[in-house]
Design a protein around this ligand. Structure first.
Ligand code: PEP
Length: 245
């Protein structure tokens, strides 16, 4: 199965910096069967779209938005429209990143609407799930993930494409990567929960993925790619991660 390497740029990179990044992005992956995806900040989406269109990639190179509302337009001040992402040639909507859940109080029910709306537009939702350190230490990881998946996918179409990103909250931006054993066990659990719910989806791992741990993590069963924050901001480190397999 192809692997998906996704870059979450959070609130980094202006349009100018985005163009500079893609000017450096080499064609090293020509012919690759894997996919590379960029999630720039909303205000740099058009710069990413234009830059990506100029690259004659020769492999699956795409982009998406880090968050979008479940309406295409209307009186929703400050929100992003997935319909505009589609117009710009984007493919994905990142939904339920732990920073959205924690800092912006996004709940599973809202995320379910976003997943369904994204699929309805013909875009691909990348639903993020993950437990806090407290939940892991209390032995609640599997039940937390089950709740997030069951509620987040409550309105999803089982036939349409979906990607899931497992990101332990305690490993995001902390430099603390989950151990290979934790990744293996949890990805197996996520795979089983998805199967029980009737979904098949690539499962990405996210949480302090770096060039030096990517090659080991990508070999783990049910790890179908990565969602990378910090290490995706510089061309050399993200290209090394994309070369992990
Ligand atoms: C993320 O933002 O989704 C993420 C995994 O960040 P980092 O790679 O920096 O931990």
């Amino acid at each position: 199965m192809k692997k998906i390497f996704a870059a979450n740029w959070k609130l980094f990179k202006s349009p100018k910096e985005t163009r500079e990044f893609f000017a450096q992005w080499s064609e090293a992956f020509k012919g690759s069967k894997n996919e590379v995806v960029f999630f720039p900040s909303a205000m740099s989406l058009e710069a990413a779209s234009t830059s990506i269109q100029k690259i004659n990639a020769g492999y699956d190179l795409s982009f998406g938005v880090q968050n979008a509302y479940f309406q295409a337009q209307g009186a929703f001040t400050g929100e992003n429209s997935a319909a505009v992402v589609k117009e710009l040639g984007g493919k994905y909507v990142l939904i339920g990143h732990s920073e959205r859940r924690q800092l912006f109080a996004e709940k599973n029910e809202l995320l379910a609407d976003k997943v369904a709306f994204t699929q309805g537009l013909g875009l691909v939702p990348m639903l993020c799930i993950g437990e806090t350190l407290q939940e892991r230490e209390a032995g609640q990881t599997k039940s937390v993930l089950k709740t997030q998946l069951t509620a987040g996918l409550a309105k999803a179409d089982k036939v349409k494409t979906l990607v899931v990103a497992y990101e332990p909250v305690w490993a995001i931006g902390t430099g603390k990567v989950a151990t290979p054993e934790q990744v293996q066990e949890t990805h197996k659990d996520v795979f089983e929960i998805l199967s029980t719910l009737g979904f098949t989806a690539p499962i990405l791992y996210g949480g302090s993925v770096k060039p030096d741990n990517a090659a080991g993590l990508i070999q783990i069963p049910h790890v179908d790619g990565f969602l990378v924050g910090g290490a995706s901001l510089e061309v050399p480190s993200f290209q090394k991660i994309c070369s992990a397999i």
